[in-house]
Design a binder for this molecule. Sequence first.
Ligand code: FES
Length: 108
Amino acid sequence: MPLIRYIEHDGTEHEQEVPVGWSLMEGASKNGIPGILGDCGGSCACGTCHIYADESWLERLPEVDEGQDMMLEYAVDRRPNSRLACQITVTADMDGFVARTPVRQHTE
Ligand code: FES
């Protein structure tokens, strides 16, 4: 099971094994990791699962589609590596993937 490193804005790290096929959002919310709310349950409709994706992985992640782009417009401090955690499905080769969480989600 891939080990995902969730790092909060203050540097607090949470290492969490996440099953292949789950989203990064599920990996956080189902394990009590703070910083990712996931209010819509993963249907790309709330924008409260904003993360900064591991820079070294950007080329291997799916493109930001129109729906995700619209939701990211609400994100606090959007950056080039901003993604929605519910739109990234964990794969076996993501062991060690780093997902940083923003200072806050836009609804906080
Ligand atoms: Fe709502 Fe990701 S959980 S957009």
